[in-house]
Structures are given as structure tokens and as C-alpha cells.
Design a protein around this ligand. Sequence first.
Ligand SMILES: C[S@@+](CC[C@H](N)C(=O)[O-])C[C@H]1O[C@@H](n2cnc3c(N)ncnc32)[C@H](O)[C@@H]1O
Length: 371
Amino acid sequence: MEQRLTVGRVAELTGVSVRTLHHYDEIGLVQASARTAAGYRAYSASDVERLREVLVYRRLGVGLREIADLVDDPGTDAVAHLHRLHGLLLEQRDRSAAMVAAIETELKERAMGIRTTPEQQLKVFGAQLYEAIGSAYPATRRTEPRIAAKIWDALGDAETVLNVGAGAGSYEPPDRDVTAVEPSAVMRALRPADAARCVDAGAESLPFEDQSFDAAMALSTVHHWQDPIAGLREMRRVARRVVVFTHDASDPGWRHRFWLTRDYLPEVAGLVAGRPSVDQLARAIDARMEPVLIPWDCADGFFEAYWRRPEAYLDDRVRRAVSVWTRVGPAAEQRAVESLRDDLTSGRWAERNSELVALDAAELGLRLLVA
Ligand SMILES: C[S@@+](CC[C@H](N)C(=O)[O-])C[C@H]1O[C@@H](n2cnc3c(N)ncnc32)[C@H](O)[C@@H]1O
């Protein structure tokens, strides 16, 4: 027989009052489909599934009337609902991380006697991840020529190139006609004056006609998109060739392969949980996949770039230019950095990673997808 939960038990598990649950029942939002022998409301597995959706939307601040429309949408099945909730929660988490980063900056500025303007104080509420961390980007992020050569080679003979999630414009080929797409105003502002024209848009909805570019490229950006598969399909729609530089975020592909995530920052598992795998991304656009090795002296300071230069991760400027550090939160960051500092001082890091010294390039799960 199907297990049912009484209204009291549901209240206990969710932290929502019985009164609220009764209200949801009365307005038809989440009705308990049965009664116990004593006449109490009893929730079936599908009642609970619906309640869970409603509660997540509530936590996200959605009004009851809008929630009713969302959960009653006949075109959306349970898995599609979960994907939507997952995307919304990730967005909220990144927004919180951005607000934490903005408040920390303000605290530092106040400690130095700098007062933030009223406009800056209000901006924190609209903070998007790259609006908060973007200004730290140029300190260490630039074109790595050996990786650029691979990307430009993958673009083939494309003359018109769309750069999606373009940021400040690293890796934009100088000898082709480039159009950039970038949703963050802070990142757009970092583009050099002579950089390619840049449109304010997100990958998931590209404001271009079908097949209007020879190639579209997306570099170190897909993991930030709310819906990576939709974004890749958009690239496929607007361009004849698609080139994506990303990472294999699976445990064996990335987390356990790189000493930083394996030994110091296991929290990255939470950041990538539920994101499409690199194989799913490749399948979505029917792409072939090539590993991209990271040179030991990589010029672009992305997360894995300093695999043979561990002291670099002790530098705040290096960490602030990589979103992972903001997204894991200040407690995990501080713990990881202190633990790494201890291991570098004691020689434990060198002992554990002795094989790296002899390598000129490392395979840490970075991938080029070409379709
Ligand atoms: C790590 S930066 C990479 C920038 C650039 N491609 C590079 O390689 O230097 C990631 C960029 O993705 C952008 N981004 C975030 N969400 C996006 C979306 N939905 N569509 C397009 N770009 C997005 C961010 O604003 C940020 O500029």
C-alpha cells in the first residue's frame, strides 16, 4: 500500500506550519488526496512531489498565484519541472555569492576609509556573478597563445565568428569578422576600445537569424549558462560551425584529477552537481571532443591554470579572477587556502605531487568540442 504522510508529519519535515498547509489545500494549490481514519489530511507521493515544487518556488519568492500557473502547466512533466527548479536555484545561489562578494568588497573599502556611494550600495541587490567579480578579471585573465591556436584552428576557414559569453574578448581571432555576445555590463565595459562589437544577450536566446555566422564559439562560459543545452542549440542554429572550450566536470575527469579540487576544495562537486556532463553537451550539438592540455606556464589564469605553480592560489588576485572561489563561499575558500599554505610550508604538497614537476603540460579535463 502507498505510504501517505499526515499533515502533521509533512509540517514537521518541511518546517511549514499546518495552518499554511491547510491554506494551500483550501485554495487548491496542494491538496491532500486522502484522509486518515481519524480524519486528518494525508499526502500521497504525488501530493508531496507537488508540495516540494510549490515550496521551492515559495523559497524563490514566487507569489502563490504564479506558482499555481507554474505547477499546473500541462506542458511540463516532473523531470522538466526539476530542471526548471534546478536552474532557478543555481541562479539564486550565484546571485547570493555575488552579493556576498559585493559586501566583502564594501567591507574592505570601509576598512580603508572608503565610503561606498548610495548607488553602489543599491547595486548589490541586482548583483549578478560577473557584475560582482568582473572587475577583478583582467588582473590574471588573458589569451593563452597555445590554447588560442587550437581554438582558431578549430574555427577552420570561418570568416564571420560569433563569440558567445565573450567577456573581455580573450581569444577573439584578430583576422576574422567577430561579433561578441555578453550579458554582463561589467564584462562588456572591460572590452578594449578596438574590440569587436558586443551585443547584450544571453546564450539561451541569441538575437540573430538562423545560420547568420560561419562559426560560433563559447569559451570558458558554458558552465555559467542557466540552460547550457539550450544555449548550445542556439549556437548551432545561428552558425554553421560550433567551437566550445569547456571542462569535463565529472569526478574522474576533473575533481579527482586536479590536486586543488581533490585535496583542498571538494566543494566544487556541489557547484557542478546536476549540470549536464561534457558528453551530454557534445551530444546536444553532435560534436567531436578533443582534450586540451594546460601548459605549465599558462598565461590565462583560469581555475586549473596554476597546476604546477601552487603558490599562485595563495594570491587573492588570482582567486578573485576565477568565479569558483566566489561560488564556494568565503569559509571554504579560507579553509582551502590555509590548508594549501600549510602543505606548501611543510613540504606535504611537494611530496604528494612530485610527479608534476617533470610535466610541461597537464591533462586536467579541459575539452574542445567541435561541431
Ligand atoms: C569565465 S568568463 C569567460 C569570458 C571569455 N569567454 C574568456 O574566455 O575570457 C564567463 C563569461 O560568461 C558570461 N555569461 C554568464 N552567463 C551567460 C549566459 N547565459 N550567456 C552568455 N554568457 C554568459 C559571463 O558574464 C562571463 O563574461
